[in-house]
Design a protein around this ligand. Structure first.
Ligand SMILES: Nc1ncnc2c1ncn2[C@@H]1O[C@H](COP(=O)(O)OP(=O)(O)OP(=O)(O)O)[C@@H](O)[C@H]1O
Ligand SMILES: [Mg+2]
Length: 241
């Protein structure tokens, strides 16, 4: 994917959240967005996915300028996965996936079913297709959310700490699913605290602190950080308990 941000500013209640963020990343497929709590990572992801508008600045993803006006079209081209799954609780896993295809993308139900069943098969959730979210594990539900975001064949999937609500074992299965995205050369951008995972899954890393991008580059910056801030951050999140 190609990503260009020009002079992005965002504030909430007079507090500067993103402070003149600019970056150009070309031809990468997996981008990891890392940084301490409150750095502005989720805010940046929401802007990139069109969920929220910046107060000023330009956002361009592939050939799409992300603006308030063209949001409706843009939403059809990107997927978003949140910290906790947001499947519809009263619908089966299969229907959770087909509903969006049918209602938002106007795909007829027969084709929607085929797309959903293919994905459920590929991502090893087919046996749970007729269950409602409450009857599967948190990890499986999060994987179903990821599959749902893939069903529209998006240009990019945005994932905001998709494992933070899960225990380590369930996290592991979700992270494996995301590694599969990588194998399939899907474009994604993920906010994560898991440095080891970022090294495996991403081909580019953006490190933020206090509303600014402090360092960015190929994943090897995680082994050889140039800035003191990134070095400190890695030391802090990599400790063993
Ligand atoms: N809707 C909002 N209204 C007011 N302040 C907000 C809002 N969303 C975020 N903030 C503030 O913006 C700052 C950046 O938040 P953001 O959620 O983007 O950080 P983050 O890097 O994702 O942190 P974390 O790792 O804890 O998820 C924080 O100080 C937060 O309190
Ligand atoms: Mg966040």
């Amino acid at each position: 994917m190609d990503l260009t941000l020009k002079n992005i500013f965002q504030t909430y209640e007079d507090k500067m959240i993103l402070d003149d963020v600019s970056i150009k990343v070309m031809g990468k497929s997996g981008i990891a967005l890392i940084g301490p709590s409150g750095a502005g990572k989720s805010t940046l992801l929401r802007l990139l996915s069109g969920i929220e508008d910046p107060i000023s600045g330009e956002i361009c993803l592939n050939h799409h300028e992300v603006t308030h006006e063209n949001k409706h079209e843009y939403f059809k081209k990107v997927g978003f996965v949140f910290q906790a799954h947001n499947l519809f609780p009263h619908l089966t896993i299969l229907r959770n996936i087909t509903l969006v295809l049918e209602k938002v993308h106007g795909i007829e139900i027969k084709k929607a079913n085929k797309i959903a069943l293919d994905l459920l098969e590929q991502f090893e959730l087919i046996e749970h297709k007729d269950k409602i979210p409450a009857k599967i594990s948190g990890g499986q539900a999060q994987r179903a959310s990821i599959i749902r975001s893939l069903a529209i064949n998006p240009e990019v999937v945005f994932l905001d700490e998709p494992t933070s609500a899960l225990d380590p074992i369930l996290s592991h299965e979700v992270l494996k699913t995301i590694l599969k995205l990588r194998e399939k050369k899907m474009n994604f951008m993920i906010v994560t605290h898991e440095i080891g995972f970022a090294k495996k899954a991403a081909d580019y890393v953006i490190f933020m602190e206090n509303g600014k991008i402090v360092e960015h580059g190929e994943v090897d910056i995680l082994d050889n950080p140039k800035t003191e801030s990134l070095k400190k951050f890695i030391d802090n999140v990599s400790y063993d308990i």
